[in-house]
Write a protein that binds this ligand. Structure first.
Ligand code: ZN
Length: 347
């Protein structure tokens, strides 16, 4: 197809007197894909062999093919990030030397993002459409930092993702004291240790798209290698630098789970600003509390020192669990810290 033909196809006049679908190019034949890497204007997309399930979920990824694509002109400034579900036009065979075009980005079901901070002056969307945020925490060596866990939880709830606490090194210490802290929030957890049984964790990851976060030294890499043998040298792993220079790069590694599902590792994320997190969005993750805050003054932050916050009244009246309210408020407060050190250096 010549360049002229391409432009003629996309730049048709938009006449609104006829049904929209007849004016716009139809991409019914276009392939649906999932963006797994992004590198300077080139995207690696995954086309699942199975029929699209049509339920808005990402393809399970058991078998399929990788296709290199670029953004079509008509997308303009529309951002395309890892996890986006897109429509591809053009040559989507994935054969060597071919280049498809991303012609549409589907609405995102979830969006994990970070605020600008000292490490990176730009607010960035990180991963789209992931189901869960797996927060990897060692119960000992290094000692767990609850402030860090709170911030990861706030990021997960803000993103619309389900958090899962994955405790490592549980042979070194009793995980219960740590779990007790998060029980009032209803956070799910799995316990693991080196050379231990990973069945429970595998079940939680199965057919889901999970983003893995954790401070360095918690055993995250060991875990990834145990779940996906040979992960560090499998094909399809690409380090994607989305920032400029060493200090602002945020690397994302997308791995296909052998039995279906995707694991997205973020080894290069050095910080995780939460300034964008809105308390009102955070509280939506807790419908019982959200209902109570309908009576709050306008603009209430629901923090412990917020004047006339309806949560205080509800606790006093025995209508809300004080531990749950206190835990939620800890998440609200966790936004105030300037940054979250996800890993001091790539692990
Ligand atoms: Zn309030």
């Amino acid at each position: 197809m010549s360049r002229y033909d391409e432009e003629a196809k996309y730049d048709r006049p938009k006449r609104r007197t006829r049904p929209r679908t007849k004016d716009r190019p139809s991409y019914d034949d276009a392939a649906e894909a999932f963006v797994i890497t992004r590198d300077r204007g080139r995207y690696t997309c995954w086309i699942d062999d199975g029929v699209d399930r049509g339920d808005g979920q990402l393809p399970a990824g058991r078998s399929g093919r990788e296709v290199t694509a670029m953004k079509a002109r008509q997308l303009g400034r529309t951002g395309v990030i890892v996890g986006d579900r897109v429509k591809l036009d053009g040559d989507a065979t994935g054969d060597d030397g071919t280049l498809a075009r991303i012609v549409e980005v589907f609405p995102r079901s979830t969006l994990l993002r970070r605020s600008a901070d000292d490490d990176d002056p730009v607010e960035r969307p990180l991963v789209a459409n992931a189901d869960q945020l797996v927060i990897v925490v060692a119960v000992a060596n290094p000692e767990p930092r609850t402030g860090l866990i709170d911030r990861f939880l706030a990021a997960a709830y803000d993103a619309g993702m389900r958090p899962l606490l994955c405790l490592t090194k549980t042979d070194l210490a009793d995980p219960d004291p740590l779990l007790a802290i998060y029980r009032p929030l209803g956070v799910e957890s799995v316990a693991t240790h080196q050379d231990g049984d990973l069945t429970e964790l595998r079940d939680q990851l199965h057919n889901r798209t999970s983003v893995l976060v954790g401070h360095s030294g918690v055993g995250k890499s060991t875990l990834v290698n145990a779940i996906i043998p040979g992960a560090d040298r499998a094909t399809g792993i690409v380090n994607v630098a989305t920032g400029r220079g060493r200090h602002t790069s945020t690397n994302t590694v997308v791995l296909r789970l052998p039995d279906g599902g995707w694991l997205i590792d973020t080894p290069g994320i050095r910080s995780f600003g939460l300034a964008h997190v809105d308390p009102d969005k955070l509280i939506n993750a807790f419908p019982d509390l959200a209902e109570i805050t309908a009576d709050c003054p306008r603009g209430c932050t629901h923090a412990a020192d917020a004047p006339d916050c309806a949560l205080d009244e509800a606790v006093a009246a025995g209508k809300a669990d004080p531990d749950r309210v206190a835990s939620f408020r800890r998440l609200v407060a966790s936004r105030e810290g300037r940054e979250l050190r996800a890993s001091e250096e790539p692990t």
